[in-house]
Design a protein. Structure first.
Ligand SMILES: [Zn+2]
Length: 361
């Protein structure tokens, strides 16, 4: 791994106190199935944010049988079982309870959570590995070949969770071959794609009997890493970008946020919800929509307060990332990484809030 760093050099790694236990949001023990509507709002208000307080700066260190039943397009609009019943039984993924009667959240173990922004060309693909070796893949870029090569390079032989932030090709095409790694759960925004790529993805996931789940502000435990699956705010029009699924990761005092290709209408909707789980600072943040001009805004970034911004971008004809977006990131004082220049960008986060960053080139 290259120690090469971006030109800008701001202090980054911070030590912070661990969040208190037992403040996790209550997630319903079961969810209705077969409904198109999402039970999205209920848990948001109680969302437990990391109580990260700025502290002293720390030194920076370097196939089963195919299912019959609903067709692919039927599946898209369905809210199939929440993760609760099926996966709690599997032992790796448990829902969080809150309140006196609730089970406390598991304390983060030692070790690090690894977040890799994979260099897959234009598009998003983020690989997360918990200290226990559990894996989640958020989007897959637009090239199955490139994503497969990256997963091989990093030794990924099994996926526990796959998330498609939305159904555009630069996010899901790479997920088609990745489905062979048998993710137990697949989470998306509930809006079906209209492309053959989407149909192929659904079939590939059905072949490995993945459980389809709609994003609903649920918290998923990937080992000792908490993943808040951020549903689109209410009232979004029927548009893929505007229904991008967000992911807020928390490992002790270390936090990361990524929200697909959200446009300002969606981020403004989240801001209106005044969600503590989306309020910064975040040590790691993925630039929205590859640095498009309709993605990040000054108001949203003031809420997120990123320490590091990663732009997942490759050769493209859209002008990504735009000068306006780059200017916004500079104004936050964050370090800025780009997968087109730095290759795969990797963060190793520790429960005390410190972390290290590495780039492929
Ligand atoms: Zn995109």
């Amino acid at each position: 791994m290259s120690p090469k760093k971006p030109a800008r050099d701001t202090p980054t790694a911070r030590k912070a106190s661990a969040p208190p236990r037992g403040d996790s949001p209550r997630v319903p023990a079961s969810r209705p199935s077969g409904k198109a509507a999402s039970p999205r709002a209920g848990t948001a208000a109680k969302a437990g944010a990391a109580r990260a307080t700025s502290g002293r700066a720390a030194p920076r260190r370097g196939g089963g049988p195919r299912r019959s039943g609903p067709s692919a397009s039927d599946l898209l609009g369905l809210l199939i079982l929440g993760v609760t019943g099926t996966l709690a039984a599997c032992g790796w993924m448990k829902q969080q309870d809150a309140g006196p009667a609730g089970r406390p959240a598991p304390a983060p173990s030692g070790g690090t959570v690894t977040i890799r922004f994979l260099d897959v060309g234009q598009g998003d693909a983020v690989l997360i590995r918990s200290p226990e070796g559990k894996t989640a893949l958020v989007d897959g870029g637009r090239s199955g070949e490139r994503l497969s090569a990256q997963l091989k390079k990093y030794g990924v032989t099994r996926l526990d969770l796959m998330i498609a932030t939305h159904a555009d090709a630069d996010h899901i095409a790479g997920l088609v071959p990745a489905a062979a790694l048998k993710p137990r759960v697949f989470i998306n925004n509930g809006l079906g794609g209209t492309t053959q790529t989407w149909e192929r993805l659904v079939k590939a996931l059905q072949n490995v009997e993945a459980t389809f789940t709609k994003a609903g502000n649920q918290t998923v435990n990937l080992g000792s890493v908490k993943l808040r699956i951020v549903a689109a705010p209410p009232g979004m029009p029927d548009d893929q970008n505007l229904n991008s699924v967000g992911l807020a990761l928390q490992f002790g005092a270390f936090r990361a946020l990524m929200t697909g290709d959200s446009e300002t209408q969606e981020t403004e909707g989240w801001l209106a919800q005044e969600r503590p789980d989306l309020r910064g600072p975040f040590q790691v943040y993925k630039s929205i929509h590859h640095g498009a001009s309709n993605g990040d805004s000054a108001g949203w970034l003031a809420n997120v307060r990123p320490e590091n911004v990663v732009i997942s971008v490759g050769q493209n004809s859209y002008g990504h990332p735009t000068a306006a977006a780059l200017r916004l990131y500079r104004q936050t004082g964050a370090r800025v990484y780009r997968t087109d220049r730095h290759g795969t960008v990797t963060f190793e986060g520790r429960a005390d809030g410190t972390y290290s960053a590495d780039t492929e080139r």
